[in-house]
Design a protein around this ligand. Structure first.
Ligand SMILES: C[S@@+](CC[C@H](N)C(=O)[O-])C[C@H]1O[C@@H](n2cnc3c(N)ncnc32)[C@H](O)[C@@H]1O
Ligand SMILES: [Zn+2]
Length: 292
């Protein structure tokens, strides 16, 4: 076992899927993305549509153009998210999520606003390589698909990937993969930018939120855009005034700063999804080495 690698039993649940054939098994274009074993983080040996980990004796298939790297992080002690992750593996859940964002005016507004926050935090330039995890059905993907040289669209749900891929299609430098955001199959500093929208607010446990952000910062070379439920939002204040506890999934900007600092990074800017202080806030976090 590698130092710092998660201590996991060998029971890993793989996702298989049937999707249109991807003729472009992109290896990351100019960025030359290398994959590592999500369990032990050692380099993988590439075979014919399969990657092998010699250390764990595990295989990760490339099925119909999808790199299947998802491992169930519950085996490594991330227990909070399990049921949520599981629910999204069903294609109906993925489709319902997408439909709700198309049908409901308030959600369409939210998407427009989040796209503009994302664009602002990225300075209008996603950069040479981006990991978008979880990418979902591609709600926030348009600026990434348009601008990034190499784009890794990753999600635990094959259904979400399928919707996303159906929308944007295959092209050079685009990699589709199932992966857990807690065990990303990439080496340290693998991609310039990591985007993680709307996942941390499904975690009640502070240590799991810290582990998630730590993992994102590990694979990011320059910056992470990370969304969280803000303890300082209007809705949190309203709960306090009504004598109710603040939501257990909420984080303060100070919490995010502290986790960032532990991983040699700093919060550069935060933007709320609404000017009135919506629950959701996006933080731009830069690695200190790249910001210097
Ligand atoms: C609320 S959606 C957000 C998707 C996208 N970022 C957006 O804003 O539209 C949450 C996504 O997280 C994915 N997910 C759940 N658990 C995950 C995990 N452990 N690793 C990666 N993705 C996960 C789900 O499949 C779902 O697509
Ligand atoms: Zn391994």
């Amino acid at each position: 076992m590698m130092p710092g690698a998660p201590n996991r039993t060998k029971h890993q649940r793989f996702i298989t899927m049937t999707l249109p054939v991807n003729t472009n098994l992109a290896a990351g274009g100019a960025e030359g993305i290398r994959f590592v074993c999500p369990t032990c983080r050692l380099a993988l040996q590439a075979g014919n549509d399969v990657y092998h980990c010699r250390h764990c004796a595990d295989e990760f298939r490339v099925s119909d153009g999808i790199h299947c790297f998802f491992i169930d992080s519950r085996d490594a002690g991330v227990t909070e998210i399990g049921r949520y992750t599981e629910s999204f593996r069903r294609p109906e859940t993925a489709a319902a999520y997408q439909r709700s964002f198309e049908r409901i005016a308030r959600k369409r507004w939210r998407t427009r606003r989040e796209l503009s926050v994302l664009d602002e935090l990225l300075g209008g330039d996603p950069g040479p390589s981006v990991l978008n995890i979880p990418c979902g059905s591609g709600r926030l993907s348009p600026p990434l698909h348009n601008g990034a040289g190499t784009l890794l669209e990753a999600d635990s749900s094959p259904g979400q990937l399928s919707l996303n891929r159906g929308r944007f299609g295959d092209c050079e430098g685009r990699i589709w993969m199932t992966a857990s955001a807690f065990d990303i199959p990439l080496p340290d500093d693998a991609v310039e930018t990591v985007v993680c929208a709307r996942l941390s607010h499904h975690l009640n446990c502070a240590s799991e939120r810290a582990r998630l952000l730590g993992e994102l910062l590990r694979v990011a070379r320059r910056r992470v855009v990370f969304s969280f439920r803000n303890r300082a939002s209007l809705s949190s204040w309203s709960r306090r005034l009504r004598g109710k506890p603040v939501h257990s999934t909420a984080m303060s900007v100070a919490d995010v700063r502290l986790i960032a600092r532990r991983h040699d990074a700093r919060v550069v800017r935060c933007r709320s999804v609404s000017n009135l202080g919506a629950r959701h806030t996006y933080a731009l976090i830069e690695k200190v080495t790249s910001a210097a």
